[in-house]
Design a protein around this ligand. Structure first.
Ligand code: GYE
Length: 305
């Protein structure tokens, strides 16, 4: 039977570790950039990386983590696809003596806690991302006011918090109205399909807020197929800062993007080393986000992923 730890399991100080990285999916540039960053840093430091791809399934991601536990990895890096279904395997890893570091997505803190059940959450402040995009919309909408919101993966921490951060600011400005809000699962084609349906139901919509660039690019395709001009008839804003997204700002199709870096490798492995060295790890290690709009997109595109 696994040994139950009252607190976080320790990590022995070693030169080389065998580390699990249980990716959620690989269907977009953000995920591919994150995986490459993790693999590059592991290779640079000489660690063995056990990599799995859950292909968009929380159930598969949970079984991937279970097999990492069975293999006896030293530590696990996990971006939990949704904020509840991965909690049992996070607790199972803890009980097996394997510290878990959450990267890019967090879990529901009523079910598992950083500093107790897992070491920390490393990632962006998604509420702040939603706030910043909403504030930009309030300033730059130029009379446009009817918003369609394309939400990320249902039950994922970035979708929950990007919605809250945006909706809270918009609620304070009575000239704006969110006419529809639905999940496009952070995916380009799903975003296109959902945008098409919502635009048919709400032809008056003149702003689209997408929780990531992939869905914004899907919405651009839906608008163009409907004979509308993105950036002119409909103002589009999103989050991430992938190359195609920043290029769409340069092309006048997207108004603004709040950046969200996928390059976790150096910070993730440095945090693991600090933990092994016995340093105090804060429960939230915040990434700073870039911001792109017409004033800087051309200059910054070379740094986009
Ligand atoms: O914004 C999105 C990806 O969890 C922060 O997930 C991440 C988000 C990112 O699929 O594009």
């Amino acid at each position: 039977a696994p040994r139950a730890f009252a607190a976080l399991p320790p990590l022995a100080k070693k030169d080389k570790y065998k580390v699990g990285f249980a990716q959620t999916e690989s269907n977009n540039p953000w995920r591919l950039a994150e995986t490459k960053s993790m693999q590059d840093e592991a290779a640079k430091l000489g660690h063995q990386l056990v990599y799995t791809d859950a292909a968009g399934s929380s159930a598969k991601q949970a079984s991937d983590v279970n097999s990492m536990i069975a293999q006896g990895v030293d530590a696990i890096f996990l971006p939990p696809r949704e904020d509840k279904p991965l909690v049992p395997v996070i607790l199972a890893a803890r009980d097996a003596g394997i510290p878990v570091f959450l990267i890019d997505r967090d879990v529901d803190h009523t079910m598992a806690k950083p500093g107790q059940d897992y070491v920390t959450f490393i990632g962006s402040d998604f509420i702040n991302e939603g706030n910043r995009i909403a504030e930009w919309v309030v300033k730059n909408a130029n009379g446009k006011s009817k918003i369609i919101e394309l939400e990320g993966t249902t039950g994922s921490s970035p979708a929950n918090d990007r919605k809250k951060g945006f909706d809270d600011i918009i609620a304070k400005h009575s000239e704006f109205k969110i006419v529809a809000s639905q999940s496009g699962d952070f995916a380009r084609d799903k975003g296109r399909q959902v945008a098409e349906t919502l635009l048919q139901a709400h032809p008056e919509a003149d702003i689209i807020y997408a929780h990531n660039d992939e869905m914004a690019l899907g919405a651009i395709a839906a608008l163009e197929a409907a004979g509308k001009t993105p950036g002119k008839d409909v103002l589009i804003v999103s989050i991430d800062g992938e190359k195609d997204g920043v290029q769409a700002i340069v092309d006048g199709k997207i108004g603004a993007i709040c950046g969200c870096s996928p390059l976790f490798g150096p910070k993730a492995f440095a945090t693991m080393a600090d933990y092994a060295a016995g340093k105090q790890i804060p429960p939230f290690i915040k990434n700073d986000d870039d911001f792109y709009d017409g004033t800087n997109a051309k200059d910054k595109i070379s740094t986009a992923f």
